[in-house]
Design a binder for this molecule. Structure first.
Ligand code: SF4
Length: 212
């Protein structure tokens, strides 16, 4: 058994793929893309260690889940543990699996790594390539236009356009003394969010607002 090193989880969101999804962000990345949305998850250091079977049980305990989205950090650095997790899920559910990676699919295949090959065999949609800020076209379930959406199964082919062209939105999940942004932010999100917070401070009835 290999432990997963997890930066964060979100048990239920609708901002990172079709339907209600359980999101896992792994800790540690071998890239350093300019404008990375989660730079605190790049260092390859221990964050939260969890057994894949325990995380699988947690995922299965959330009602209404349609799928799992894996991001990071770089998931392929933890291919063995993620393979264990997804194998467990595949044995017990028909959840859809979406995974982001900074590697290209061709690079991953060229590695001829058995753990990566197993992981790829368990994924429905792989969104590949590093984030390039200059190519951020403000749409879709991917950060920049160079990233390719690979439908490794035909499960999400009917929604293919959403992956590339969908208007972006995010959810803000409050955690005790912190807030977690879930989703790929639209352009100007930080500026709009700050304005909304200022408005809410002045007029609490303005607290509810869509950022799309
Ligand atoms: S691959 Fe993803 S997590 Fe890694 S540096 Fe690039 S954008 Fe950030």
């Amino acid at each position: 058994m290999t432990l997963l090193n997890i930066a964060e989880i979100c048990p239920a969101t609708r901002t990172l793929g079709p339907g209600q999804r359980f999101v896992i962000w792994v800790q540690g990345c071998c890239f350093n893309c300019g404008g990375c949305i989660s730079p605190e998850w790049i260092p390859q250091q221990v964050a939260n260690l969890v057994e894949p079977t325990i995380l699988a049980q947690t995922i299965l305990s959330v009602s209404g889940t349609d799928g799992v989205t894996i991001s990071g950090g770089e998931p392929m650095l933890q291919a063995a543990a993620l393979g264990e997790l997804l194998t467990k899920l595949r044995q017990q559910t028909s959840l859809s699996i979406i995974c982001f990676t900074g590697f290209s699919l061709a690079q991953l295949v060229a590695k001829s790594d058995s753990n990566i090959n197993l992981l790829l065999s368990l994924i429905d949609v792989l969104i590949d390539g590093q984030y390039i800020a200059e190519l951020n076209d403000n749409k879709g379930w991917r950060g920049s236009a160079n990233q390719v959406v690979h439908f490794l199964t035909d499960r999400h082919l009917p929604e293919a356009d959403l992956f590339r062209d969908r208007p972006r939105n995010v959810e803000i999940h409050l955690r005790h003394d912190a807030a977690l942004m879930v989703g790929i932010p639209p352009h100007n999100f930080s500026q709009d969010f700050r304005q909304a917070v200022d408005l809410a401070a002045a007029k609490p009835e303005n607290l509810t607002r869509d950022f799309v």
